[in-house]
Design a binder for this molecule. Structure first.
Ligand code: NDP
Ligand code: MG
Length: 391
């Protein structure tokens, strides 16, 4: 096995740390060539000292200046430092990089992921917002460059594993009848509508099964995460939304399933630990150790399944509505959600307001913009929606 050189976008986050753990476990197979963060100088300094990457980038300029000063004081000259948005693109497109792990949160990850896709890299995609917002354009860019997208979002990775050799990114597998996306149901699965609407940020980020960054944790609590994943699955596997079903499975042991035309259903199971899907995609088509614990079959008593409750959790319906009304709607859905989740986490709005405003946003913005024909159009729509909320 030749050493694969990795560009890790979002290296200081939850996906970033799981990826670093796997790189550290397999020094002969993977090398951290480059890494990015937004403002976490401490986290970046620590990984520079441990992994000695050739290049790093801080998105936030003030944080970049602070890191530059610290590297100078430490006499650390081996690592080249980039600062700002352009630096992220340079890292992702560098000719020495074999594989880009897309672990930035939100639409902030779109432009660097686009840069990786356009230069034909293998992209390990966690950043679902990029695909949600740029859908068809993303598919076209990957077709033109020959970039390979390997999903590491656990549900999509599970589907990728179930499909085996039938997986071709952005192509509908002929043998498939439907996809079954599993959802834990989040921390409020059994709560009443009134209690859900009044939930606090502390309650919302406490996911029952997974440890994740704050934005995706809130998305899991509103089930907007599953809504975004429905759109992600639609693009990744070229499946119509009606043939993608969401099943609540509170134990998070089955990570998703594929039902084939002949009536067989295959599932992928494992402990809820992101190192499994990331290890699968990093080594694909081989397998490597991940240090993820085995399932304990003597303690596993039951696997439950429920139908999602659209009244208490309307996000899935919003996603189906967005897919039906075209690409602008998905960008608006995502932008409104990002704005509202940030507000909620700051204590500026209630949990219930996220649902209200996302629904309102779909109606308010969707007819307002022409269909995007390039990345700049996507970013312009996102910027306009955010500007609406800035005052
Ligand atoms: P985290 O919040 O833990 O980490 C986000 C990373 O992105 C950090 O490195 C952060 O840097 C960086 N970042 C944040 N904002 C910006 C910005 N504006 N520009 C550049 N970099 C930025 O998120 P997660 O790791 O939880 O999630 C990352 C992505 O992966 C999301 O799209 C999520 O939906 C997806 N995902 C995550 C899973 C999980 O288990 N965590 C599971 C499946 C998918 P800094 O630390 O400096 O702020
Ligand atoms: Mg997921």
């Amino acid at each position: 096995m030749t050493v694969k050189r990795i560009c890790l976008l979002g290296a200081t986050g939850s996906i970033g740390k799981s990826t670093l753990d796997l790189i550290a476990q397999h020094p002969g197979h993977f090398e951290l060539f480059s890494a990015s963060a937004n403002s976490d100088v401490e986290g970046m300094l620590k990984l520079i000292q441990e992994f000695q990457p050739a290049q790093v980038c801080m998105r936030d300029e003030a944080a970049g200046e602070r890191l530059s000063e610290q590297l100078r004081q430490l006499g650390q000259t081996k690592t080249e430092l980039f600062i700002g948005r352009q630096g992220l693109n340079a890292l992702a497109a560098h000719p020495s990089v074999d594989m880009v792990v897309a672990g930035i949160v939100g639409i902030a990850g779109l432009v660097p992921v686009w840069s990786a896709v356009s230069t034909g890299k293998s992209v390990l995609l966690a950043n679902k917002e990029a695909l949600v917002c740029a859908g068809e354009l993303f598919v076209e860019a990957a077709r033109q460059s020959g970039a390979r997208i390997l999903p590491i979002d656990s549900e999509h990775n599970a589907i990728f594993q179930c499909l085996g050799s039938a997986y071709r990114c952005f192509t509908r597998p002929e043998s498939v009848r439907r996809l079954l996306l599993t959802a834990s149901g989040g921390p409020f699965r059994e709560w009443s509508l009134d209690a859900i609407r009044a939930a606090t940020p502390e309650q919302a980020v406490k996911h029952p099964n997974w440890v994740m960054g704050p934005k995706i944790s809130v998305d899991s609590a509103t089930m907007m995460n599953k809504a975004l994943e429905l759109i992600e699955a639609h693009w990744l596997f070229a499946m119509p939304a009606e043939e993608i079903e969401v099943v609540i499975h509170p134990q998070s042991i089955i990570h998703s399933m594929v039902e084939f035309k002949d009536g067989s259903t295959l599932a992928q199971l494992g402990a809820p630990d992101m190192r499994t899907p990331i290890a699968h995609a990093m080594a694909w088509p081989d397998r490597i150790d991940s240090c993820v614990e085995s399932l304990n079959w003597s303690q596993l008593r039951e696997l439950q399944f429920e139908v999602p409750d659209n009244r208490r959790f309307p996000s899935l319906e919003f996603a189906r509505q967005a897919l039906a009304s075209g690409p602008v709607a998905s960008i608006c859905l995502n932008a409104t959600n990002e704005v509202m989740v940030a507000r909620f986490l700051r204590g500026d709005c209630s949990f219930g307001a996220i649902f209200d405003e996302v629904e309102e946003g779909l109606n308010r913005f969707s007819g307002r913009f022409p269909v995007p024909t390039g990345l700049d159009d996507v970013m312009a729509i996102d910027t306009e929606v955010r500007a609406f909320y800035a005052h």
